[in-house]
Design a binder for this molecule. Structure first.
Ligand code: ZN
Ligand code: ZN
Length: 213
């Protein structure tokens, strides 16, 4: 059995031809199914299903055994045998060109599909990455804001502590420190901080290092 270098030229068939094939003068080949379907009728002239060229069924179309005996050309003159060989070479060359064109189209489509899929996947990953980076940025922004607030509190606390240390009069200290240490000045008006008007002096200083009692 010869290598199935040819495949049916009927649109989308592409069946490998191994045993028999319908062959036309316009260099197209067809599997038995499609050749029988188009050429086994009473018409004397038929259109080639691949290129629409009109072929005479008597002289331009033949159903061939693709594995003929060597003896098939034994009774023909050498120049006729050379003519057959030349036609066989042209047919082979044309079929190879068609095969190459078909394979190139298939590969191109495959690569285009892969590129599209790859691009789509990259876009999705890029979108997810941007979203993740945006979340990180937001968290970082909140942490920075909290850091700024904490530094402000520390500065106020430090100022109050220095004022306390430099004060020579207890009364002066109590009066002024009370102003410095107002909770809303140090901690801001947060939910868990009570209004200073409701606090007694002891509650301001308690047992903290700032207590002057
Ligand atoms: Zn076919
Ligand atoms: Zn044709």
């Amino acid at each position: 059995m010869s290598d199935p270098f040819m495949s049916c030229n009927f649109k989308n068939c592409k069946a490998p031809l191994t045993r028999f094939a319908w062959i036309t003068r316009c260099s197209h080949v067809f599997c038995e199914e499609h050749g029988d379907q188009h050429f086994m009728n009473n018409a004397t002239r038929v259109k080639c299903p691949a290129c629409n060229e009109i072929n005479n069924k008597e002289t331009d179309i033949i159903k061939n055994n693709l594995n003929p005996s060597d003896l098939i050309v034994s009774c023909v003159r050498p120049e006729k045998a050379m003519e057959y060989a030349a036609y066989a070479c042209r047919l082979w060359s044309y079929q190879m060109q068609m095969k190459r064109k078909y394979n190139t189209e298939i590969l191109t489509q495959k690569y285009e599909r892969l590129i599209l899929e790859g691009t789509s996947q990259l876009q999705t990953e890029n979108r997810d990455l941007k979203k993740y980076l945006s979340e990180i940025d937001n968290r970082l922004k909140k942490v920075n804001e909290e850091l700024i607030r904490t530094r402000q509190k520390l500065r106020k606390y430090k100022a109050a502590y220095e004022a306390m240390c430099s004060s020579k009069q207890k009364g002066y200290f109590q009066k002024n420190t009370r102003e410095f240490l107002k909770p809303e000045l140090i901690f801001g008006r947060e939910n868990n901080i009570r209004d200073d008007t409701s606090l007694k002096e002891d509650e301001y200083f308690g047992d903290s290092p700032l207590s002057f009692h």
